[in-house]
Design a protein around this ligand. Structure first.
Ligand code: SAM
Length: 237
């Protein structure tokens, strides 16, 4: 039985929706988004394919797309897709597959707009912790800087596991931290709307993935930042 969300959780999710809606409405987070994309592992050839509406709204912390080999026939789910940069790039490499882009913040999906018109992208509004999709429909699940924003990571991982076909893979880029975060971060009212608020240890991520039933788990690509480390998480069902 799925648990009922607490008032606190509902409130945090309202704040997340509000924050990312505002962020997208105001044109995005980074004025130097192209530089960030390059730094985070997007090849120049991929960046050149991105419409400018998407580039400025990049809000990820890595490049899950670079970790995948796509045959062109997959059903891919992009969880916490935001403005849809990864969804867009993945959709470009499909012949007969599709990308389902899920985000909590419905307004983000409206920024998909014209550039995505002819691509097999299906935006849906929803919560990673309660995905409104059937079991075992995905060949690949990607998640760029959104797993940390879930309140209950064990539930989120169970959902990801449920959605994957047997033998399929999950690739996430996210932040981990092994040091106690300073009070000004933890107690910042905005902390839970950024990946910082929900950050956990690498050990905990590993433990949760194992407990869920994932196999061949790797956490790699460590890039150390001031309080957190950017990592690439891969796991198979
Ligand atoms: C840091 S942004 C990353 C967006 C995008 N993946 C990118 O790389 O640009 C995090 C996104 O996750 C979404 N999000 C946060 N919590 C979520 C949840 N529980 N379910 C679905 N989406 C969520 C937010 O609305 C936001 O668009």
């Amino acid at each position: 039985m799925p648990r009922n969300p607490s008032d606190w959780e509902l409130n945090i999710k309202r704040q997340i929706r509000h924050r990312y809606t505002e962020q997208n409405n105001s044109g995005g987070l980074h004025s130097d988004a192209k530089v960030k994309l390059k730094l985070y592992g997007y090849k120049q050839a991929l960046i050149d394919k991105l419409p400018k509406e998407l580039i400025s709204r990049f809000s990820g912390c890595g490049c899950p797309v670079a970790e995948l080999q796509i045959s062109g026939h997959e059903t891919i789910i992009d969880l916490g897709a935001g403005a849809g940069i990864d969804s867009f790039l993945l959709a470009l490499s499909l012949d007969s597959g599709k990308v389902i882009s899920l985000d909590l913040s419905p307004i983000n999906l409206s920024t998909f707009g014209k550039p995505l018109e002819n691509l097999p992208i299906y935006p849906i509004s929803g919560d990673i912790e309660r995905v409104p999709l059937a079991n075992e429909i995905a060949d690949v699940i990607v998640c760029n800087a959104a797993l940390n924003l879930t309140i209950d990571k064990a539930t989120a991982m169970k959902e990801i596991f449920r959605l994957l076909k047997p033998g399929s893979i999950f690739v996430a880029t996210d932040l981990v931290s092994d040091i106690p975060l300073p009070r000004e971060i933890i107690e910042n009212p905005l902390a839970h709307t950024t990946s910082l608020g929900g950050v956990t240890t690498e050990k905990n991520i590993l433990r949760l993935l194992e407990k869920t039933g994932f196999k061949n788990i790797t956490i790699s690509g460590h890039e150390y930042e001031e309080f957190t480390t950017r990592v690439i998480i891969k796991a198979a069902k």
